[in-house]
Design a protein around this ligand. Sequence first.
Ligand SMILES: N[C@@H](CCC(=O)N[C@@H](CS)C(=O)NCC(=O)O)C(=O)O
Length: 220
Amino acid sequence: MPEFQLIIGNKNYSSWSLRPWLLLRKLGVSFEETQVLLQSEDFKTQAMQYSPAAKVPVLLDGGLAIWDSLAIAEYLAEQFPQAWPKDKAARAFARSICAEIHSGFMTLRSKMPMNCRATGREVVGDDALQKDIERIQAIWNECRQRYGHAGPWLFGEFTIADAMFAPVVFRFNTYGINVQGLADEYLQTVLQDADVQAWLHAAQQEQAVIMGYEVGLTAQ
Ligand SMILES: N[C@@H](CCC(=O)N[C@@H](CS)C(=O)NCC(=O)O)C(=O)O
């Protein structure tokens, strides 16, 4: 019997769900997945069964419910300390960028919604979007330069930071964002990862189309 149950939304669209799913996979923890489809008529009722916030993701550990992707990550890190970088300075940096991505980048979120199976989309940029895109690349470059020597992830080994930024990689891929240097190498690492590919494959099998997330289609 798996120890944990993870409640997630549509794999194609639910950026918040991808984070704890990927982290659990990378920690090698067995878990059962339960999907609540976003925008289904009874989404709220179903989601409320698991958490009072009525949102996904939710992690169930026995009788305990933990909601919000960052809280789930912190909860897992208590049991699996390797989820954060070992070095104190690296860990502080990792926590800072995770908080930054968790609470910010509103323009990027709204103009470039996660839609993993879509490619070749185009969005009309503005200064705010450009600023978000540049800041993400600066974060990836700095991590890879300062802390990434022991492996291909932001802090060498896979950590919570990689889980938190994984949805951005899909966004950049969908909307054809031009990424350079170390940041591009990192983006390729994430995109080619077997677990990320498994998520994408499942997203490609999903039938639901949510028009609010289908942005950036060019006229034929
Ligand atoms: N800050 C939360 C955000 C969770 C969230 O907004 N989830 C979306 C799905 S990606 C949701 O449940 N939306 C349904 C709704 O708001 O009704 C987290 O990190 O988990």
